[in-house]
Design a protein around this ligand. Structure first.
Ligand code: ZN
Length: 336
């Protein structure tokens, strides 16, 4: 686990074991707030040890930026904390989260002592503010990667813990295209010193503009490729030929998982496009992400453990006629 003090009483932690997932700690005189846990129990426990032994304060609040396994499955290692999340995050943890952890335990003994702890305090509108020491935290809605995304803005330091609302390569396959762009606009308007991405490195003030441009460019490319695939005789072959670099991103991002994440984005955008045009789904292609390290991500991802079939996805997305506005399923459709 990497660790860095990014400002007075603000710490950043990053996994060395899984997809460079990050977490944060904001410390006050009597207690601390944790933003997200790390993917594997051993790293969350190492984080806990650092707080206990070096910061020497109890954790009063733990904020889950969204329900995904790599961010929220470590809740159980902070039993004294009040857990805060989006209302939907608590719902997802209670349903798919519980099932996915049980499935994961069968294959991965390191999760033997883990259990899902549901958030105690949830919101789905407006903002929450929380004072720790002299710092004012504003917890805000940042949907896009998922519809339960929230971010933590440390006002005095102008640091945003963005969760997966901002990543080195956007991951949209459970998300919403327009929400992602709107969230970027919101993030851009905050006048930040640092963006703490849910995965990857800290983005410094001078790098924000470029990171933002690169991600928006990637999203535009993705949409373009999805539209082109629709009119290809063999969309699968065409999509397989579009690598992450062709969309302006490096495959070394996320500890080398970028290409596979990109493939999932391509499948997702293609499904969105054919659903929008009401095209038949029979005999369409389904390029599967290759069996590699990315499996670990799938495996930690509650939604993948309960993965839908292609047809189910099409049913789901097919009912969405908001293509021009939303690119993604409506809230109601996005239960998984
Ligand atoms: Zn994540």
């Amino acid at each position: 686990m990497q660790r860095e003090r990014i400002s007075d009483n603000v710490y950043w932690l990053q996994s060395e074991l899984y997809a460079q997932v990050t977490a944060g700690v904001i410390v006050g005189p009597q207690w601390a707030i944790v933003v997200d846990t790390l993917a594997l129990p051993e790293e969350t426990l190492a984080m806990r040890e650092f707080i206990d032994n070096e910061l020497k304060v109890p954790v009063r609040y733990l904020i889950d930026t969204h329900s995904h396994a790599d961010h929220a499955w470590g809740n159980c290692f902070f039993p004294e904390a009040t857990i805060i999340s989006h209302t939907k995050c608590a719902q997802y943890l209670a349903t798919s989260g519980v099932a996915a952890l049980e499935a994961t335990k069968k294959d991965n003994p390191s999760f033997a002592n883990s259990h899902i702890v549901l958030p105690h305090l949830t919101f789905d509108d407006g903002e929450l503010t929380l004072k720790v020491g002299k710092k004012n935290l504003i917890i805000m809605l940042t949907p896009g990667h998922t519809d339960d995304g929230i971010s933590v803005f440390v006002e005095e330091d102008r640091i945003l813990f963005a969760g997966d609302a901002f990543m080195p390569i956007p991951a949209l396959y459970e998300g919403n295209y327009v929400d992602t762009l709107n969230t970027y606009t919101k993030i851009d308007s905050l006048g930040l010193e640092n963006i703490i991405q849910g995965h990857g490195d800290i983005i410094l003030r001078g790098e924000i503009e470029e990171a933002m441009r690169e991600n928006i460019n990637y999203l535009n490319k993705l949409k373009e490729v999805g539209e082109k695939a629709r009119i290809k005789r063999n969309p699968g072959e065409y999509l397989s030929s579009i690598h992450v670099e062709d969309c302006g991103k490096s495959r070394v991002y996320l500890g080398g998982l970028a290409e596979n994440l990109h493939k999932r984005n391509l499948i997702w955008i293609y499904k969105q496009v054919i659903a929008q045009y009401g095209m038949p789904t029979e005999d369409e292609y389904e390029p599967e992400p290759e069996e590699d390290d990315f499996d670990n991500l799938a495996y930690l991802d509650p939604n993948d453990v309960n993965a839908h079939s292609f047809e189910d996805d099409i049913d789901e997305y097919g009912s969405d006629d908001d293509w021009d506005d939303g690119y993604g399923p409506d809230d109601e459709d996005d239960e998984d």
